[in-house]
Ligand binder design. Structure first.
Ligand SMILES: [Fe+2]
Length: 428
């Protein structure tokens, strides 16, 4: 069988493997070994752990089962760097990943090189039949590592946000955001198809999709309107100035309880001028001037920039205040092809009003990868699009990201939607 008959050519996947593995190291480069070992909260993982865990994924799902004679660099890594795969054995507790001061960063880098060497060997040496069986898992491993590349950044950003220096991950100033006005775009609704046929695809032709993106299926939509651009920091400041964080009527009950418990007054990385000098007036934030912490450090708030590091609760409260709502995920996907839709995937993930549930006919992948998505389909909301931290080429209009409603350390923002206004009939 020639390469052309196989769903994924070896050379192509081998090249992508090298590029993705290299990109992870590039992202970690601005971080010191000390930065890379620390864990700022249970939800976030150390950069060193991300680099080890993505290597573990290739080792556990490909090298151990499929490379004859493979010898792990260190047997204990199988326990240390398993994330949540019950089928692959016990693991180190997630909230204690920051206590893994050993192996050192240098040893984790050696682990990566060990896995890389043997993945190359597997790609070069396996039979065509084995290749056909393992290529989809290798491809899954690449997309898995890309997901961790974004997590590495969001987790490192959270860590640095806890440091009084508020160090920048990127030295250069951010690229300016064009201050365009948001328009309401109309969608007629009707019967639409969303999702991807992930189990019957010819991967080489249609490209990769996660199992949770399928099956493709029909959904009925009522006519709706959707904003062409994301909600901006300037928009969100008006919500704050209007007392948005102290007015329960905008909030879902769980959201309002969280605002009270956590003392939220603004998006996660907004710093009211004066707070950094140690003055916390514990007011509601209205009337403050703000700076925003991000990959480029602490910078004066740009009113044209999309607001991000928002929870679902804050997104729904803002939408209520604005007299609108969040789109459902079928609405978002159907609208993604509308002319005029901007900031689809390059700024912030967009909260939808849709719970993260299986699509009709959903079937998880076989084997260990069956734990990848399906078991998390409860208690979370779907986000669509992509963010400025999403690796190029990783996302697509059918992509389903998901987080619990109170999560706010990701690059998460919102795009407004509303029911279409009834059309007035013109008399003949
Ligand atoms: Fe993972």
């Amino acid at each position: 069988m020639s390469d052309h008959d196989l769903p994924l050519p070896r050379r192509d996947l081998a090249r992508r493997f090298e590029a993705v593995r290299r990109h992870t190291l590039t992202l970690a480069e601005p971080l010191s070994a000390e930065d890379q070992a620390a864990q700022s909260m249970p939800d976030a993982s150390p950069a060193k752990w991300h680099q080890a865990h993505t290597s573990w994924f290739f080792e556990a799902l490909l090298l151990r089962p499929h490379l004859p004679g493979y010898r792990p660099l260190d047997e204990s890594f199988h326990f240390l760097f398993n994330s949540y795969y019950e089928g692959l054995g016990p693991r180190h507790p997630r909230p204690q990943r920051g206590l893994l001061t050993r192996p050192s960063l240098d040893e984790v880098r050696a682990y990566r090189r060990h896995v890389d060497t043997h993945i190359r060997q597997l790609i070069d040496s396996c039979t065509d039949a084995v290749w056909a069986a393992i290529a989809p898992t290798l491809e899954l491993g690449l997309h898995h590592e890309q997901q961790h590349q974004e997590l590495l950044l969001t987790d490192a950003l959270h860590l640095l946000s806890c440091h009084p220096w508020r160090p920048a991950l990127i030295d250069a100033p951010p690229a300016p955001i064009a201050a365009g006005t948001s328009e309401w775009l109309c969608h007629d609704g009707g019967l639409v198809e969303i999702g991807r046929d992930v189990h019957q695809r010819n991967a080489a032709e249609t490209g990769f999709a996660f199992d949770n993106e399928g099956p493709r299926h029909r959904v009925w939509l009522e006519p709706f309107e959707i904003a062409s651009r994301l909600v901006t920091c300037g928009d969100f400041q008006r919500f704050i100035d209007d007392g948005g964080y102290r007015e329960p009527r905008w909030w879902l009950s769980d959201g309002w309880a969280t605002v009270q418990q956590q003392g939220w007054k603004a998006p996660l990385y907004w710093v009211a001028d004066g707070d950094d000098a140690g003055r916390d007036d514990s007011a509601d934030g209205s009337g403050s001037r703000w700076s925003v912490f991000g990959l480029h450090g602490l910078r004066p708030m740009d009113p044209a920039a999309p607001v991000m590091q928002l929870s679902f609760y804050e997104a729904t409260a803002f939408a209520e205040w604005a007299g609108a709502r969040l789109p459902s995920e079928p609405e978002w996907e159907a609208a993604s092809a509308l002319p005029g839709m901007a900031q689809l995937a390059d700024q912030a993930w967009q909260w939808t009003r849709s719970a993260y549930h299986p699509y009709p006919g959903f079937r998880p992948l076989d084997g260990a990868a069956s734990e990848y998505n399906g078991k998390f389909m409860v208690g979370q909301l779907v986000l669509r699009g992509g963010s400025l931290a999403t690796p190029p080429g990783h996302t697509r209009p059918t992509y389903r990201n998901f987080f619990p409603p109170a999560a706010r350390w990701q690059f998460t923002g919102l795009r407004l939607a509303r029911d279409a206004r009834p059309r007035t009939e013109t008399p003949a």
